[in-house]
Design a protein around this ligand. Structure first.
Ligand SMILES: Nc1ncnc2c1ncn2[C@@H]1O[C@H](COP(=O)(O)OP(=O)(O)OP(=O)(O)O)[C@@H](O)[C@H]1O
Ligand SMILES: [Mg+2]
Length: 274
């Protein structure tokens, strides 16, 4: 088959998006959504135009964290979805389509089709960064995102314990197999320090993220503490984390710049693996 047949067209709505970054982890509940949002907010604070996609149809959490509901969404006559603007970032979620309380009983291919549609039918306009918060697992949705969305790079999230590390390996293997760059690994819930003590507690073990980063030669971008969270599940205002996300955003910006210089042609074309 000719080389050009293996290339996918970039959806029209994503053409003015300079970089697309997927936040992955094969393991559920490790903090992908919280981290995706904090990275988006840290990039916004640096003056960039930022979008956030919540691609989790089974458990969309961004609408809760951003205080938005399905009623706010507007569909234009041209079948294009207008993203919401929350906290200064453009935002869309499967939760805004299906409704927070609607049980979702869709099959894999239907779900990945819906995620693709959501991403490509949203009028993103011009964006410096689009962050994609992915659902847990290494199934259809992740595969579709990696194969059909022109991801510039990815970030992988794990917690320190063995069950997460071993799931996370599957995620890394999948991203590598599909030839997508990984900007780095974030170890979340690495340690806990009570306000009234100097001692740090490593509740979920120690060193898992570092070992994983060494095994795959991936940068360990941060080891984030477990902190007390607010009722809306937002970890945003915690001073311990604020600086961490400034650093992560800086590392991401630098890494994407380096990637682009290497490729010198903006968002990469996608090679489909048969
Ligand atoms: N460093 C942290 N300290 C305290 N709580 C955290 C931290 N990181 C995430 N959380 C909380 O842990 C819960 C799970 O996080 P989150 O929903 O971001 O995980 P996830 O990986 O996106 O989960 P899922 O796989 O279900 O999508 C949330 O309530 C979140 O606020
Ligand atoms: Mg999530």
């Amino acid at each position: 088959m000719a080389q050009t047949d293996n290339k996918l067209r970039i959806p029209e709505t994503l053409r003015k998006v300079k970089s697309i970054v997927g936040v992955f982890s094969a393991k559920g509940g490790v903090g992908k959504s919280a981290i995706a949002l904090q990275i988006a907010l840290a990039l916004r604070d640096k003056g960039f135009s930022v979008g956030l996609v919540d691609a989790d149809i089974y458990g969309p959490s961004q609408p809760i964290m951003l205080g938005s509901s399905a009623g706010e969404l507007k569909l234009s006559k041209a079948q294009v979805i207008e993203p919401l603007t929350k906290e200064g970032i453009k935002f869309i979620s499967m939760g805004l389509i299906s409704g927070e309380n609607m049980p979702v009983i869709w099959r894999g291919p239907m779900v990945s089709g819906a995620v693709m549609q959501l991403l490509s039918q949203t009028d993103w306009g011009e964006l410096d960064y689009l962050i994609v918060d992915t659902p847990p697992g290494t199934g259809d949705v992740q595969l579709t995102l990696l194969q059909r969305i022109p991801l510039t790079s990815s970030i992988v999230v794990t917690t320190p314990q063995e069950v997460s590390i071993s799931d996370c390996k599957k995620g890394i293997e999948m991203i590598k197999r599909l030839d997508k760059p990984i900007t780095g690994l974030i170890e979340n819930m690495s340690w806990f320090q009570p306000d009234d003590q100097d001692k740090k507690y490593f509740l979920f073990g120690k060193g898992g993220g570092k070992k994983l980063s060494e095994e795959y030669s991936i940068d360990l971008l941060a080891q984030l503490p477990l902190v007390e969270i607010s009722q809306d599940s937002n970890i945003q205002n915690h001073s311990l984390l604020k600086m961490e996300f400034v650093n992560i955003a800086e590392k991401l910006v630098d890494s994407l710049k380096a990637l682009k210089e290497k490729k010198s042609s903006g968002i990469p074309q996608i090679n489909i693996i048969k």
